[in-house]
Design a protein around this ligand. Structure first.
Ligand code: CUK
Ligand code: CUA
Length: 622
């Protein structure tokens, strides 16, 4: 294997040069080749046909705007869930419901999927995610693996630092990566420190109505909020988030945002914040309840941390939070208990923007600096409470003990891991067994597809000495993932009949085409192997409208049979949607093009699927 030094940016290169010699680094990376090389490794990932995987893996699709589902340990890709981007395969972003959800945007940047939790354990019901690209939050229903709600988060630009849910999914917090003036109105960058803000949104989920809501927001200083995690057990009312650019640089960030030796972790008590809001201690800003920490005091503290931190992770027992400094070769373990005491005794070393700074020594438990390990980003845990930290620069996973700081094991990965994910890793009781490294660079790993390669996921057996036993390519970009026991997820087989859905038709004889002025409503059926739009018509599978008509096609799949999905596409009208078994879906568009357009089922549904078509006729305007 070729040795490769992953120099990601001039900054990192400068940093490496300044802190270690390359000789040190290369001696570290030749310890072993990290490939699965024997039969027993292969057997561990082999899930024979007919058997199913033990875990679902939900991998973020980054700037594809999607989420990818894999099975573990086979690492077989099972499905793509479109969330923030349209998907022509499923018609997501084309049918009415999903088009509305997308809010007019055509792409998204999904970083951190978060499973809903009950008592700190994944409950297998919902999946949350945020969009850094267009500032949205989404919820996916795990009964159907489909996106159910998306909200736009006002006053924020790029909620990267999310989504991490509290122990009982009371909240997910969405701190924002980019500081902007509230409401994103125009303000000079010279006024950055006074006019710009980094906003944290507290989002709640109404499970009954399947709606996301913004409970309140906090106007934090104009810094970049990077990653967050919610407390657990004794720290369950608290959450932490890393922040960088406390220098408040407005240009050439790569240099100017890395000058100060210390940045901060923001530590906040969400119960206190909720109480402040209840007591009316907030201001209304663009329809949101906004807490201004310099005026509405309490509940928020700063903890100094080594410069430019990236990840922060709470240990499964809820006692510690671990910050990783991407530019400092160290992980810092902080104690919640010490932090609570420091808050109580007001052990402050100053304040910024009205937020008290806790004394570093009062909160810090230990600094951990594994030899030659560089670029720590994110930490996961196993069933024994041991930590696994990804080292972006030295391309490895380091296993260590948060209670002693001792390095226990390390394994090189190909290359430059961002996050890793362990089985049930963010719960109060991780499973151990598996860890997956989510690598940014996969060169040398797979057949070449040109200058740009896919990212990679490497499955590591962590039951004994860490060993990579499988490696698979993955589309952009697995920032984070979560792994949940397969038996916790209960999907449905077909959509049940919905007597309250006015758009649904379950009997052929009830199909009809209704005209109101220039609005045309089609109440149709898809079934093996035909469309019925109007049973009594001479040609029941034909829709005829006038040019300029506003057309609604409501289509119900009456094949109540698992996996019999139909598609509905109109040739040259750039439209496609799917109807899953029992589902009703609507397509809305204006028939602006006159002519003859074949319509057809896009999902191969039966031996006579190729016969499942008809015509969409558009009579030209006189
Ligand atoms: S980020 Cu990608 S490696 Cu968006 Cu969680 Cu750290
Ligand atoms: Cu229905 Cu193909």
């Amino acid at each position: 294997m070729k040795k490769w030094i992953p120099i990601a940016s001039g900054l990192l290169a400068g940093f490496i040069a300044a802190t270690i010699s390359f000789a040190d680094f290369s001696s570290n990376s030749k310890t072993e080749t990290a490939s699965a090389n024997n039969k027993s490794d292969a057997e561990k990932v082999y899930v024979p046909f007919g058997k199913k995987d033990d875990y679902y893996l939900f991998a973020s699709g980054g700037h594809s705007g999607q989420m990818f589902i894999y099975g573990v340990p086979s690492m077989r890709k099972i499905r793509t869930i479109p969330v923030f981007s349209p998907d022509s395969a499923t018609g997501y972003g084309f049918d009415e419901h999903s088009k509305k959800l997308m809010g007019g945007y055509t792409w998204g940047d999904l970083h951190h999927p978060a499973l809903s939790e009950t008592k700190g354990d994944y409950d297998g019901k919902w999946m949350f995610a945020t969009d850094v690209g267009n500032s949205r939050a989404a919820v996916v229903d795990l009964k159907t693996f489909t996106t159910k709600d998306i909200i736009k988060v006002p006053n924020t630009a790029g909620p990267h630092c999310a989504a991490f849910v509290t122990e009982n999914t009371e909240y997910m917090f969405l701190p924002t990566r980019f500081a902007v003036p509230l409401g994103q109105k125009y303000e000079k960058l010279d006024d950055y420190s006074s006019k710009y803000r980094g906003v944290m949104s507290a989002v709640t989920f109404d499970e009954k109505n399947v709606k996301l809501n913004i409970a309140y927001q906090v106007a934090l200083p104009p810094w970049s909020y990077d990653l967050s995690d919610a407390g657990k057990k004794s720290s369950k009312d608290w959450a932490v988030m890393t922040t960088y650019n406390t220098e408040e640089a407005t240009t050439t960030m790569e240099v100017k945002a890395s000058q100060a030796d210390r940045d901060y972790i923001v530590l906040f008590n969400w119960k206190e914040l909720a109480k402040m809001v209840k007591d009316g201690q907030y201001e209304e800003v663009n329809g949101q309840k906004m807490i201004f920490p310099e005026k509405q005091k309490g509940g928020i503290y700063l903890v100094p941390v080594a410069k430019s931190p990236h990840g922060v992770d709470v240990t499964p027992d809820g006692k510690y939070f671990i910050a990783s400094g991407k530019l400092a070769p160290a992980m810092t373990v902080f104690s919640f208990e010490k932090a609570f005491k420091a808050v109580q005794n007001k052990e402050f070393s100053g304040e910024r923007n009205g937020i008290p700074i806790l004394k570093y020594e009062s909160v810090m438990e230990r600094e951990v600096n594994p030899e030659n390990a560089l670029g720590p980003l994110h930490t996961q845990f196993d069933d024994k409470g041991m930590a696994y930290t990804t080292m972006f620069i030295s391309s490895e996973i380091v296993k260590w003990d948060p209670k002693t700081g001792k390095t226990l094991d390390r394994v090189p990965v190909q290359y430059s891991p961002g996050h890793s994910v362990s089985a049930e890793g963010d719960t109060v009781a991780p499973d151990g067994k598996w860890l997956i490294a989510l690598n940014k660079i996969a060169k040398d790993s797979y057949l070449s597809v040109g200058p740009s390669h896919p990212e990679s996921m490497q499955l590591i057996d962590i039951s004994g000495k860490m060993k990579i036993i499988q490696s698979v390519p993955v589309d952009p970009e697995p920032h984070y993932a979560q792994m949940i026991k397969a038996d916790k997820i209960k999907t449905i087989e077909v959509y049940p009949k919905d007597p309250n859905n006015k758009d649904a038709v379950y009997n052929q004889k009830d199909t009809k085409i209704v005209r109101k002025g220039n609005e045309v409503h089609v109440y149709g059926i898809a079934m093996r192997s035909r469309f019925v739009f109007e049973a009594k018509a001479k040609r029941p599978d034909v829709i005829e409208v006038n040019q300029g008509d506003h057309v609604f096609i409501h289509l119900t799949n009456i094949d109540f049979d698992e996996d019999i999905t139909h598609g509905f596409a109109i040739n040259d009208y750039d439209l496609n949607m799917e109807v899953q078994p029992g589902q009703t879906n609507t397509m809305e568009f204006t028939a602006d093009k006159a002519g003859t357009f074949p319509l057809y089922c896009t999902n191969f549904c039966s031996a006579l699927h190729q016969e499942m078509n008809g015509y969409f006729l558009v009579k030209p305007k006189q």
